[in-house]
Design a protein around this ligand. Structure first.
Ligand code: UGA
Ligand code: MN
Length: 300
């Protein structure tokens, strides 16, 4: 490796320069809270795997740019993942950690209703604790443009917007004409009344609280449709966002699955070094790896 000469290096600062939020042992800039601005209740289902902490870190650092967020992270796991619990405490955002498990009868089937039990736990928390604002289901692996959050904050009933990277059509969106939702463009219609993606709609909290029977079914592929139907909204009442659905501000990105890591070999080169710590940070698997392999939704 070429050596940097002392002369070409910038002078070391007399005191280390550290951003104030790092000094407070926060790992990202705390989310801002502005009095009077409707809060966003963002429900994120998650589950233990190699990519879990990276996904949640990426999303946290998106949310730190959005004021008045309550981030409800709901983990589908037999035990809480300590690294996640710790990260949520330290990230500086207003967070709520919940843990539930997918009911045993669904765990056994090949095509599982992913994220439903934990989204339902998030909805229970909102019913018990929230009074106003807007709720949104945000999967941990999607990519979000923060402009979407500013628009959904003003949802009066149910708002909808395009989601990129869904099916071979590359997008799932309401079809909007003269400012009204007149249909849906989606690669998997499948007799759904609302053929939309989980990331493609937001709901006013008061509107949701006024509908005590609103719930999400454990029905693979029909989770979003079932939930929006249970709200009793008519397609004509839907509020199209993202400039009448002309912008894509959320994408259904999917992260490559990583295998559990090979354990750090214990020898004179590794023992007594930083690897004693690193070895506890790498994902060694939880025995369910075969079951969590990614499946794409069917395309009709
Ligand atoms: C698509 C939709 O975007 C999801 O909203 C829908 O729940 C899912 O299909 C489905 O119907 O199964 P996809 O990218 O295929 O999503 O699924 P994942 O990203 O693997 O899972 C969706 C969410 O559920 C993620 O936030 C994930 O962390 C969580 N999840 C996944 C669990 O909580 N438990 C699991 O066992 C698997
Ligand atoms: Mn996903």
């Amino acid at each position: 490796m070429p050596q940097t000469s002392e002369k070409s290096r910038p002078a070391a600062p007399s005191k280390p320069v550290v951003a104030p939020y790092i000094q407070e042992k926060r790992y990202c800039k705390p989310g801002e809270w502005i009095e009077g601005l409707p809060p966003l209740y963002i429900v994120t289902p998650t589950y233990p795997r190699a990519e879990q902490l990276p996904e949640l870190t990426r999303f946290a650092q998106t949310l730190m740019n959005v004021p008045n967020v309550v981030w409800i992270v709901s983990e589908d796991a037999p035990q809480s993942t300590q690294a996640i619990v710790d990260y949520l405490k330290e990230c500086g955002l207003k967070t709520v950690y919940l843990r539930v498990q997918m009911p045993a009868k669904y765990q056994k089937v090949k095509n599982k209703p992913r994220g439903v039990a934990n989204r339902l736990a998030g909805l229970d928390w909102i019913r018990a604790n929230a009074k106003d604002g807007v709720l949104y289901f945000a999967d941990d692996d999607n990519t979000y443009d923060i402009r979407l959050f500013e628009q959904m904050r003003w949802t009066r009933g149910v708002s909808m917007f395009p989601v990129g990277l869904v099916t071979k059509l590359g997008v799932s969106t309401p079809i909007v004409k003269d400012g009204k939702v007149v249909g849906f463009y989606d690669g998997w219609i499948a007799k759904r009344k609302f053929p939309i993606d989980m990331a493609g709609f937001a709901v006013n909290v008061q509107y949701f609280l006024q509908r005590p029977n609103a719930t999400m079914p454990f029905k693979v592929g029909y989770e979003e449709d079932g939930f929006v139907i249970s709200l009793g909204i008519k397609p004509a009442e839907i509020e199209p966002l993202a400039y009448n659905c002309t912008k894509i501000w959320v994408w259904h990105t999917q992260t490559k699955k990583n295998n559990p890591a090979t354990p750090v070999v214990q020898n004179n080169a590794t023992k007594g070094t930083n690897l004693d710590i690193i070895k506890n940070l790498i994902w060694k698997g939880n025995g369910n790896e075969a079951e969590t392999t990614h499946k794409n939704k069917g395309v009709s």
